[in-house]
Design a binder for this molecule. Sequence first.
Ligand SMILES: Cc1ncc(COP(=O)(O)O)c(C=O)c1O
Length: 195
Amino acid sequence: MPAWYSEPSCSARSRAYKSTEVPARLSVFLDHASGAPLHPAARKALEEALDAFGDPLRLHSEGRKARKLLDAAREGLAADIGAQPDEIVFTSGGTESVALGVVGVARAAGKPGDRIVISAVEHPSVKGATETLAAEGFEVERVGVAADGKLDLDAFVAAVRRPGTVVASVQHSNHEVGTLQPVAEAARLAREAKI
Ligand SMILES: Cc1ncc(COP(=O)(O)O)c(C=O)c1O
């Protein structure tokens, strides 16, 4: 574990105490799925970004400074995931990203009457996005999971192969119980079905 990871919240409170002292309360943070201590490099980048207050769409020097930072962030992220910079869309968070991905792709690739396939254990944001699509006339098919929480791949492949399926959504890891889903296999099967 890197030194920055446990500082300062754990080590400061867990220092040795004399027998007459009330023991310091130890705390362990177990919700790293939703948030984690900021890596020092991320903190540095964030602090630098706070100083670039200009509107990146303006041509004055402060605007150009902000634009340079934004472009560098977009290019760095694109290179990290093998995408083109203009394919990177910054959003406010998880729910907006899912809405753009699921609703956006369904509307672009399909029409009312077409089908969206999701696992039965998707995050509520995915369920919300599919409710929007269902109200527009899309059909939503939920594929079940086994007792260990893993996606039923046979049912998944049957669903994605049904004509009219335009989007399939399977989470990487479950936000409540931590099950890792076979996403690489699911993606391969979806690609084979031309989704
Ligand atoms: C798939 C997914 N959607 C939505 C959210 C909620 O995120 P936000 O509060 O940023 O909208 C999370 C949070 O972990 C998530 O994992």
